[in-house]
Design a binder for this molecule. Sequence first.
Ligand code: BEZ
Ligand code: FE
Length: 291
Amino acid sequence: MRNLNEETITQAVLARNNDMKDARLKEVMTSLIQHLHAFARETRLTEEEWAAGIQFLTEVGQACTPTRQEFILLSDTLGLSTLVTAQNHRKPQGCTEATVFGPFYVDDAPDYALGADVGNGMAGEPCFVSGQVRGIGGEIVPGAKLEVWQADSEGFYDVQRDGGPAQGRGTLLADREGRFNFQSIVAESYPIPHDGPVGRMLDAMGRHPWRPAHLHFMVSAPGYETLVTHVFREGCEYLDSDAVFGVRSSLIADWVEHAPGRTPNGGESATPFYTLDFDFILNPVAKEKVA
Ligand code: BEZ
Ligand code: FE
């Protein structure tokens, strides 16, 4: 295979895929090559632009650390994460919708008893969260596992700060009625990390890096599809321009502000506090998927 040119290069590269043993890898690589080549043709990509793209992806890789995943930010801000989530989590009407995972989940968050303060000393206005986990048929899901994580009032997740205890994240088990409740702080809008290449990309594209206020949840129970989602705060400025395209109307809830006084856990708050009540409706795993 010699003397390849603009017309023949794509077919020549695809022909090299013929011996690929893994059928799915072959399908994905074939499509990727076709789309990459079509992109270069359609945009008449110059050598300078090609080099700038290589430099950009190099910087994205170099910005990654154990606590900073710049490639996920890139996928999120280009809408790829929302597309992949949407096409892999089609659910019947009435189920709680999934949304982007984001880069700040930690899989060994501390366990908390129901009612505990998962803020764990995080600065911010108190918020008391409650709800119930049910299945799409209305059935209670007893003992569902809820993993929750959120940013502090300055917009940082605990993992973005050096050392320190887990704050604003925890794992709880719903009770026999599927009910859960915990204390935390009220979520505020915050910008995604934008001091790196993805931030520069957004800037060059004339886009802001803000996300509307939200609380992350991962809800799991045997026999149900694991739900990764957020609850967004009604009235928030960025609901219609989320930097990562994660907002769904069904996930927006009222975070009700209360004057100082008696709190849902029987305590007293000298400052205003919030309550959030939100139920999660899980999708049963399709029968053929249950081993
Ligand atoms: C987040 O909500 O934690 C998040 C999601 C996508 C990109 C950056 C942050
Ligand atoms: Fe977040």
